[in-house]
Design a protein around this ligand. Structure first.
Ligand code: ATP
Ligand code: MG
Length: 232
């Protein structure tokens, strides 16, 4: 098996005095879709924020073997870590094209795919007639496309995605599933928070978060009986 791109050990983090993550262990390799499961409030979004450096955390976070924990968010992004947050974090007063350009970064590694505006627009042709439009008037589905497109413009090697199909129409959900499967097949690592069945079908592996820790890592079919799964 290849060495993990992202390797997390004993990660602690939360909000002030509220400790949400209490020793999380997790690994993601290139070309692997790891599905992060857990009940509401179990800390899945918090884990993604801690990995992105958006909230304070302690423990071990390694990127291709290198200690990433001391690095600020923009340096983690430069190393090849991309993030599609739950709120999509579009800049509403900027145009679609300006949002895309804000996401642009050179690829970190020689092997990384080169994404540019033409290539992301080929994936999301619905954004082409909207390029000069203010992002605030986009539909939910268009905002989601823009959020993923902007993350790809950063030439990530690993993408963190927080419930990317929340509130979207079935057609957009299916298109997102197909896209993520293709990105994974092209060698991108994916750490996905998503409770819907399509994600379970795509997952190379699932990690179940509970009591602030990864309680299980493996194939969904091998999930032990003693882990309650009210969310399945
Ligand atoms: N900004 C914040 N300040 C204080 N506590 C927070 C904050 N954000 C989240 N929490 C708390 O941290 C815990 C984990 O929240 P988190 O958002 O990570 O859960 P989640 O697994 O993503 O669930 P869901 O998306 O269903 O809400 C919850 O108890 C939540 O109330
Ligand atoms: Mg969440």
């Amino acid at each position: 098996m290849t060495a993990p791109l992202l390797s997390v050990r004993g990660l602690h983090g939360g909000y002030g005095l509220v400790q949400v993550l209490r020793g999380v262990d997790l690994q993601v390799r290139a070309g692997e879709l790891v599905l992060l499961l857990g009940r509401n409030g179990s800390g899945r979004s918090t884990l993604l924020k801690a990995l992105m450096g958006l909230i304070p955390a302690t423990g071990e976070v390694r990127w291709a073997g290198r200690d990433m924990l001391p690095l600020p968010t923009h340096q983690r992004a430069r190393l090849g870590l991309g993030y599609v947050p739950e709120q999509r974090d579009i800049f509403p007063h900027l145009s679609v094209r300006q949002n895309l350009r804000l996401g642009a970064k050179a690829a970190a590694g020689a092997a990384a795919a080169q994404w540019d505006e033409a290539r992301v627009l080929a994936l999301f042709p619905a954004l082409i007639p909207r390029l000069r439009t203010s992002a605030k008037v986009l539909s939910g589905g268009e905002q989601q496309m823009l959020s993923i497109a902007r993350a790809l413009m950063g030439n990530p090697q690993l993408l963190l995605l927080d419930e990317p199909t929340e509130g979207l129409a079935p057609q957009r959900v299916a298109a997102t599933a197909a896209l993520l499967d293709q990105l994974r097949a092209d060698g991108l690592g994916l750490l996905l928070v998503e409770q819907k069945p399509w994600a379970q079908q795509l997952a190379s592996r699932v990690v179940v978060l509970g009591d602030g820790q990864a309680q299980f890592s493996g194939a969904l079919a091998d999930l032990p009986q003693n882990i309650s799964t009210p969310w399945l």
